[in-house]
Design a protein around this ligand. Structure first.
Ligand code: SF4
Length: 178
């Protein structure tokens, strides 16, 4: 029997890493989508690998929300590589035995500056809050951009370096492909 493996963002199993004061309605919808996905994955008897949460590990439970370009830094990219190295090594090992394992793909969280797959958000964010005068314009500069979050981008690069071909999916795309 071939064992089917999927790799998921950390917060599929643990919403405790999410940002404080998130939009509770949006968070409940995301949690419901993740639970539906997991129930399906368990019912199909997929094996699952949980990625680390880069934002929680680097910036903790009291971090601010970020625009994606704020994470596109040498430090974040280096730390992402360090966190992802053991994951890539595991995938390399599974991929070496296609008679035993099939890696179905990597499933992230669209919208996240780290784990977005098809889109994330960017804007002219950064600097001091000051007296707050510039804050509304800064916050309003946030817009959707159709590119992955930095953590997923680094994972894609690392897999490419190892000549591993693994698909990246949002929850919706993965479920639609079933
Ligand atoms: S960084 Fe990724 S794993 Fe962590 S909370 Fe955001 S989407 Fe979830």
């Amino acid at each position: 029997m071939i064992q089917k493996i999927i790799v998921v963002s950390h917060c599929f199993f643990n919403d405790a890493v999410k940002l404080k004061h998130q939009d509770m309605e949006a968070m409940a919808a995301e949690r419901a989508a993740k639970r539906t996905f997991l129930l399906h994955a368990f019912s199909e008897e997929y094996e699952m690998i949980q990625l680390p949460c880069p934002e929680f590990l680097l910036y903790g439970s009291r971090r601010w929300g970020h625009a994606v370009s704020q994470f596109d830094t040498p430090h974040f990219r280096m730390e992402a590589r360090r966190m992802l190295e053991p994951i890539v090594m595991q995938l390399e090992e599974y991929a070496a035995y296609p008679d035993r394992y099939e890696i179905l793909g990597i499933v992230g969280i669209d919208g996240s500056p780290s784990c977005g797959v098809d889109y994330t958000y960017d804007g002219d964010w950064g600097g001091e809050f000051g007296n707050g005068d510039t804050l509304p314009a800064m916050l309003e500069s946030l817009r959707r951009v159709n590119k992955p979050g930095i953590f997923m981008r680094i994972l894609k690069e690392m897999l490419h370096e190892k000549h591993l071909s693994v698909g990246f999916y949002s929850i919706d795309a993965f479920m639609a492909g079933l």
